[in-house]
Design a protein around this ligand. Structure first.
Ligand code: HEC
Length: 113
């Protein structure tokens, strides 16, 4: 019986596996802002805000260019504790958004220049 050329076969298998692992992780890698857009869509923000022409025209202001007006920190505070920014704030505090989602949501809004 002929011996199979084991070393080249192993090399081939290893490179195929590592390539596909690399490709899938690269292919699905989204930026925080891209992920944050999905968080925005999954929350109730649209019911009170307009963003790029989508959503309701109020009672909240248009968020289309919020990143050129507000810092990331201020945006984060407005989402989690609006009364800290304005004691009369009408926007409800969104305290239930998990930290990684909130980070991405803030990155998204901050990117809207
Ligand atoms: C029930 C209505 C309502 C919902 C839901 C809501 N907001 Fe608001 N938002 C407001 C109102 C009203 C204001 C104006 C300031 C205030 O009264 O709190 C505001 C202000 C803001 C501001 C400051 C904008 C500016 O230019 O002054 C940001 C940023 C913001 N909201 C983000 C969000 C995000 C993100 C969500 C979703 C997680 C959200 N809001 C959900 C009503 C809402």
């Amino acid at each position: 019986m002929k011996r199979l050329p084991l070393v080249p076969i192993i090399c081939l298998v290893v490179s195929i596996v590592s390539c596909s692992v690399l490709f899938t992780s690269c292919g699905s890698k989204q930026t925080p802002a891209e992920l944050g857009k999905l968080v925005y869509e999954s929350q109730d923000c649209k019911s009170c805000h307009l963003l790029a022409g989508q959503g309701n025209k109020g009672p909240g202001p248009d968020l289309s260019h919020i990143g050129s007006k507000w810092s990331a920190e201020k945006i984060r505070t407005q989402i989690t504790d609006p009364a800290k920014i304005d004691p009369q704030a009408k926007m409800p505090a969104h305290t239930g958004i998990p930290k990684p989602d909130l980070d991405n949501l803030v990155a998204y809004l901050e990117s809207l220049k």
